[in-house]
Design a protein around this ligand. Sequence first.
Ligand SMILES: [Zn+2]
Length: 409
Amino acid sequence: MIKHAKHTLCALAVAAVCSPALADKSSDAIHESLVVMDTHLDTPALLVQPGFDIMESHTFDDDFSQVDVPRMNSGGLDGGFWAIYSSQGPVTEAGFRESRDTALLRAMAIHEMVAAHPETFALATEPEDAEDIAKQGKKIVYISMENAYPLGEDLSLLETFYKMGVRMVGPVHFKNNQFGDSSTDPNGQQYGGLSDLGKELIKKANQLGMILDASHAHDDVLKDMIALSKTPVILSHSGTKAVYDHPRNVDDPLLKKLVASGGVIHVNAYSSYLKELPNDPERGKAYGELFKQMGNMAEMTAEEIAALKAKRKQIDMEHPAVRATFEDYMEHFLHILKVAGPQHTGVGADWDGGGGVDNMMDVAALPKITGRLLAEGYSEKDLADIWGNNALRLLQQAKDYAESLKKPQ
Ligand SMILES: [Zn+2]
């Protein structure tokens, strides 16, 4: 954790913004005082792994994890949106059924985490819950759904997930599915945006009061979502094409469109979306083989998982990972801030889902972002918006719209 003495902060900041009020508080004190949330935590994937204890201290070097309670404490992370992630399988009845069951179990795992440690975690479903929970010194657990594939073609299931606490939903992941086009499907677009069922999904999510998430979706899906959704859309973990032209990132005109509609973008720290990285075919091959063996880790024993992790470490030693750096991450962040403004920008670093850059490999490093943004001249109020208020505003708008439908016309 960086400790900024007053003079260090002033030296880093542009003179004009180094106001006496700001100079009175260190960057760390400001960070600590804010409700700090990340809109895309993939940690629930670890919760179902035998042997993983979120209350214990871990290191990335040791087990590749990036979020646990001790590291949340040292990085001042109060919580955020914990994702029910589903990988994209076949768009068939059998595929829907299997992923529905896995998604339900993932939702249960999040509830079990909260139930097992009521003094540490609290489930959040309402916009005002975040602040209340943070005030109690507990971790905020909103639930999101990354990839709506498990819903199959039965949108009533979205209501089931809503009742389980889900307040954010994204239609697709790496490949096209029944709801629309992915930004990264190797076969290209299938619908030219949302499918008819995808359009129904937008309507249903609006009716329930869920935030719609367009990360992973094709640009045309984002455009459709902006046009169709009654409330602003989020990109919960995305970057900018202006810094690196990758399909997972958005260009400035589309970002401006999102912002004009009230939407927000939370900046991803996924290395290979931040910049062009040298290709290491040997490493790719070794990892490809490892991932094949990994399969469903929830069904493995702790020993089997430990053996796979040892193999992964061996690969990393023989073919070291090349990652983007904290500065690469900040290049995306600062550009997005310039285009979208601090009321439309946040953090969604994809922890435990492939995120993490050199010098920011786990949530313990989050105060660096606050330090850097203060040094760039952003205010304490901007930081409060970036770290939490923007996402909560979207949740409030989603809720208000859903409630407006219930009132007699
Ligand atoms: Zn993702």
